[in-house]
Design a protein around this ligand. Sequence first.
Ligand SMILES: Cc1cc2nc3c(=O)[nH]c(=O)nc-3n(C[C@H](O)[C@H](O)[C@H](O)COP(=O)(O)OP(=O)(O)OC[C@H]3O[C@@H](n4cnc5c(N)ncnc54)[C@H](O)[C@@H]3O)c2cc1C
Length: 310
Amino acid sequence: MNDKYFDMITLALKYGCEVREREPLSAHCTFRVGGDCDVFIEVSSAEALKELVCLAYEQNVRYFVLGNGSNVLFSDEGYEGVILHIGQRMNRISLLDGGRVYAEAGASLSRVCTFALENSLTGLEFAYGIPGYVGGAVFMNAGAYGGEIKDVFVSADIITEDGEQLTLDLSDMEMSYRYSKLMINGSIVTSAVFKLQSGDKAEIKAKMDELMGKRKAKQPIEYPSAGSTFKRPEGYYAGALIEQSGLRGYSVGGACVSEKHCGFVINKGGATARDIRTLIKDVQRIVQEKQGVSMEPEVRYIPVREGDSL
Ligand SMILES: Cc1cc2nc3c(=O)[nH]c(=O)nc-3n(C[C@H](O)[C@H](O)[C@H](O)COP(=O)(O)OP(=O)(O)OC[C@H]3O[C@@H](n4cnc5c(N)ncnc54)[C@H](O)[C@@H]3O)c2cc1C
């Protein structure tokens, strides 16, 4: 065991977390690329997380909070530090009064949507099929088909970088298109509350099925990817800009601009993180040259070391 992590690992085990060393990150992200991390902790509770974050702060241990890995690109060299995975050990969902739904950060959005359906609650149908967990969805203000998390968000319990536990409401979060304040302050979501409305179960189900059908028809979900690779530049659609730049099917190694939906970069088989990163940069450069539009990636690069590129 690397001495640097001895106290973190001991603390994690004390709180009943699962701990693995040299865990391949390719198993924990939907691009299916990335080398090993030093330590991978499956976090067992908000309390454990708070203690781990405090210790990491004190000992200057680098960490990264991971949900379902559906919007991250890890380096081929992996991650020097600790991955705090908020997933299956923190995934409870419950019904509060007034049509409010409580979900821990590790609950998948699809499960929360199904829970809402079972309780005849409408408002979250847009999120059905977004393959993220609640924490990642709040962090990203995930959205689709005219809806976004911000529309149903009431509050989130969070842990700040120095271990303070707070409840933030919508005004604290400053949510906008694929943005929340968590992106700059480093706070971690442990749970969230969403406000939904009473609805007709059959109509809710029909909407969810319709949107899932659209995803299957239009998106290359049969390949590993991180969904839409780029944010929508104001006044444009990323996929259309890429297509008009002649980049449909453009590839670098195993990474490829999807033929089915040009807004998706896919791993066609054997792609490295470097292939994907290079392809993203190529697309940005060519679209800028040909269309005069700058495109910002939505997917988040996680370097192996602070300050490194992939
Ligand atoms: C096929 C496909 C389709 C997609 N469709 C959509 C779509 O329609 N709309 C959309 O918005 N996105 C879409 N995405 C992207 C992705 O699913 C969303 O951004 C999702 O919200 C990410 O959640 P996650 O749990 O996977 O986060 P991760 O990828 O694990 O992490 C993303 C970021 O969130 C942070 N984070 C994760 N958990 C927490 C937490 N508990 N507290 C604080 N920060 C946290 C991470 O540190 C990281 O910076 C799609 C992806 C795929 C692969």
